[in-house]
Design a protein around this ligand. Structure first.
Ligand code: GLC
Length: 747
């Protein structure tokens, strides 16, 4: 290979995704074709469609000197054409098998349409609801994030990358991108190495270790700096941790122009310097910026980089193409897509995934007069019940799919309005009311009229697909004022109306106002909780979101999601997360000189792991098989009982605290969990085998004898329950020497 051809393999072009359709698009397209012919581009971002990608592939394979096939990459974050719930919603299922199935089906559609490489899973950990990309994460907990990361990598890659339904996954964004200053995207990240390993790095380690035959095939760097060193030039994270400590040998790709962006970071003097820093740190493929192609030759000449760095990177790219089977079979079978894309099985999975992701935050006032599921609480269905459906998000297909919706099409989506319209026994009065913009007074008049003459009001509030995602951070994470005005108008009109729902045992008749929260982040719902009789978080539920909502409102499915992230009372609390430290002056109500606020509680509105159901559950205390040696294992179990009259699902959650250690530890850390479906009155005993390393913490002292994961002897408290406020506790003793080095915890 010539140097030019080697550098070609390390360059990814943002190719036009449409076939050349006219002079205005031909120029860049023609440049691209000549670049492919010359072997000066090794992968393309965004082309899609089997025929179109095959046409590009034929140029590379037939017309370039070395006939090296192209890698075709796309951002398939939660679905290719069938769109699954956003990743934060998948995490809310607490069922890795669901996230894996979503990824598996997204992979099948992607590969059938000519995509070999997907830029997912996004595995950033995030505790800041202001950050727009929380929607793409698995939330605030590194362990839940690690479990989801491993499951999705396995879903995308499957047992063999060469299969026609497999794609190479890409864990991103490496690393700590989810901890930006001020919650502003691309913001500065500064954290201890201990926190880096125990938090943001943990899901990457799970992805890099992989399950079954495959570690993740690629990792994407992030835009942010980490402690003064931009991620794309960070030899500690990219070489010392990823390559040397973890032994991972996949492809590192820059996020967009993050190699070149080391100049505005103030870390690289110019593009030549940026190329030097990127290559030395070990970024293999440069996405869209061309610093490698323009400057590698001169860097080799000056000795700033050596040929081995280039060759190692090229080798990794070619090995990825080999594993994907592209040398033997570079073309996509164009007959595949018709039977795979938007198939009934994929739609069914999208509906099930959405159903399992919904989190019920409130159902009735003071918990005794539930309003959901509808048929059971809205009197008989023999007379159609008038249902006012308010809020433009109810009929917004794009918002229902959410951000990063791949190649999903609005016409594929069944919205909430369309789904409820089909429900027998209801006559739906759709009122656009307030969307995400200002609510016109006219809208409110319509809202009042519909609410006043209905038996049930369902309101959809929150965010559309442009209020979260990349570059969409928000300082104010409340429900938009216009939507609050809409809810208030509906509430007041309903209370004035003389059309009352059947009187209930308590004699209080109130038209139920059910609020559905469509969102890609935890919102501060404080100002709507009193207006609503029920609150269901539906995230951005995807192509089958409407039917999934109808299934849940009608009781065909019982809400079973649990929060993967704390919901704050106000943005002023941020970051508010369950795994906080105790401090020297832990908060005590009524005391002044303690860790707290004058004007707000320390506690979130809803804690990590929280979620209600149409039934109730009892969680037994944790039971253990005794003590634990620092290199041993421990059996822990807990009983969970469905104490209600309806079948339901919950998540048994086990937390731990290391109350005294050579570094302060969080008051709680998620240790294990299991999602359960339980019949009425059924009790299930859940048990886990806990290895000592799962209780470990990271000791930094880089390069010193002490660096690594360690377990110390002493008391460990175990908490079992249905969310992170679980109180049923038992203590165990860890026995062993002062400090034992252990492997990094898995997954
Ligand atoms: C974007 C995103 C990244 C995405 C890439 C390619 O800037 O940060 O997640 O995969 O560029 O579109």
């Amino acid at each position: 290979m010539t140097l030019d051809e080697k550098l070609g393999q390390l360059f990814q072009s943002r190719a036009g995704s449409e076939a050349p359709t006219g002079p205005e698009t031909r120029k860049p397209f023609d440049d691209l074709i000549s670049e492919i012919r010359a072997g000066r581009v090794g992968s393309l971002l965004s082309p899609h469609g089997a025929a179109h990608t095959n046409a590009l592939q034929r140029i590379a394979v037939n017309e370039s000197r070395l006939h090296i096939p192209l890698l075709i990459a796309n951002d398939i974050i939660h679905g290719y054409r069938t769109i699954y719930p956003v990743p934060l919603a998948e995490a809310a299922t607490w069922r890795p098998e669901i996230a894996q199935a979503d990824a598996r089906m997204a992979a099948a559609e992607s590969r059938a349409e000519g995509t070999h490489w997907v830029y997912a899973p996004m595995v950033d950990v995030c505790r800041d609801p202001r950050w727009g990309r929380m929607v793409e994460t698995s939330g605030e907990d590194p362990f839940l994030g690690a479990v989801m990361a491993a499951a999705k990598v396995h879903g995308f890659q499957g047992p063999d990358l060469a299969r026609p339904d497999a794609v190479m996954a890409c864990a991103k964004h490496f690393v700590a991108y989810g901890f930006p200053e001020g919650g502003r995207d691309y913001g500065t990240v500064d954290m201890s190495l201990e926190t880096l390993h125990e938090g943001p790095l943990r899901p990457f380690l799970a992805a890099a270790r992989g399950r079954g035959p495959g570690a993740v095939g690629s990792i994407m760097t992030s835009f942010n700096e980490i402690n003064g060193v931009p991620a794309s030039g960070n030899t500690y994270t990219l070489r010392q941790v990823l390559r040397e400590s973890w032994g991972w040998n996949g492809v590192v790709v820059s996020d967009w122009e993050s190699v070149r962006e080391m100049i505005p970071h103030g870390f690289a003097a110019d593009e030549r310097d940026a190329a030097r820093l990127g290559l030395r740190a070990g970024v293999d493929v440069e996405m869209t910026s061309r610093t490698y192609r323009e400057h590698a030759a001169s860097l080799l000449q000056s000795g700033d980089i050596n040929a081995g760095m280039i060759d190692a990177a090229v080798r990794r790219v070619l090995e990825a193409k080999e594993r994907l089977g592209l040398f033997e079979r570079p073309y996509t079978d164009e007959s595949l897509a018709a039977g795979v894309v938007l198939s009934p099985a994929h739609r069914d999975q999208a509906r099930e995934s959405a159903r399992r992701s919904f989190v019920l935050l409130k159902n009735g006032r003071e918990g005794h007069d539930e309003v959901l599921p509808l048929p059971l609480r809205a009197g008989s269905l023999d007379t159609p019940r008038r249902l006012a459906l308010i809020g433009s998000l109810a009929d917004d297909a794009r918002a229902t799919m959410g951000t990063w919706a791949g190649f999903g099409q609005a016409e594929d989506v069944t919205t909430i309005a369309a789904a409820l319209d089909k429900e027998a026994g209801f006559s739906v009065i759709p009122v656009r009311g307030s969307g995400v913009g200002k609510s016109a007074a006219r809208d409110l008049a319509e809202v009042r009229e519909a609410a006043g003459e209905s038996d049930i009001i369902v309101a959809v509030v929150g965010e559309n697909e442009e209020m979260n995602g990349e570059g969409h951070s928000r300082a104010d994470v409340t429900i938009p004022a216009a939507q609050v005005a809409m809810l208030r108008a509906a509430r007041e009109a309903a209370d004035r109306s003389d059309r009352r729902t059947p009187r209930r045992a308590d004699g209080v008749a109130r038209t139920p106002l059910i609020v559905l929260v469509m969102t890609g982040r935890p919102l501060a719902l404080t100002n709507i909780m009193d207006l609503a009789d029920a609150v269901l978080v539906i995230w951005h539920p995807g192509t089958e979101g409407g039917p999934a909502v109808a299934d849940t409102l009608m009781g065909r499915s019982n809400a079973s999601g649990r929060l993967p992230v704390s919901f704050p009372r106000t943005a002023g609390q941020v970051p508010v997360h369950y795994d906080h430290k105790s401090t020297g002056r832990p908060h005590k109500a009524g005391e002044r000189y303690v860790n707290g606020y004058l004007d707000e509680s320390n506690e979130p509105l809803f804690p990590f792991g929280f979620g209600l159901s149409y039934t109730t559950f009892r969680y037994g205390p944790p039971k253990t098989s005794g003590g634990l040696s620092t290199n041993g294992q421990l059996e822990v179990s807990m009983d969970v009982t469905n104490t209600g009259v309806l079948a339901g699902a919950t998540v048994a959650q086990l937390y731990f605290q290391d109350p005294i250690a050579s570094r302060t530890r969080p008051v709680r850390q998620l240790l294990a969990f299991e999602a359960l479906d339980l019949r009425p009155q059924e009790t299930r005993t859940v048990s886990w085998t806990i290895a000592a390393e799962q209780l470990a913490f990271y000791s930094a002292a880089p390069g010193g004898p002490d660096e690594g994961w360690v377990v110390e002897p002493g008391e460990i408290r175990l908490f079992a329950g249905g969310d992170s406020s679980a109180a049923a506790m038992t203590s165990i003793q860890v026995i062993g020497p002062r400090r034992t080095h252990v492997p990094a915890p898995s997954p």
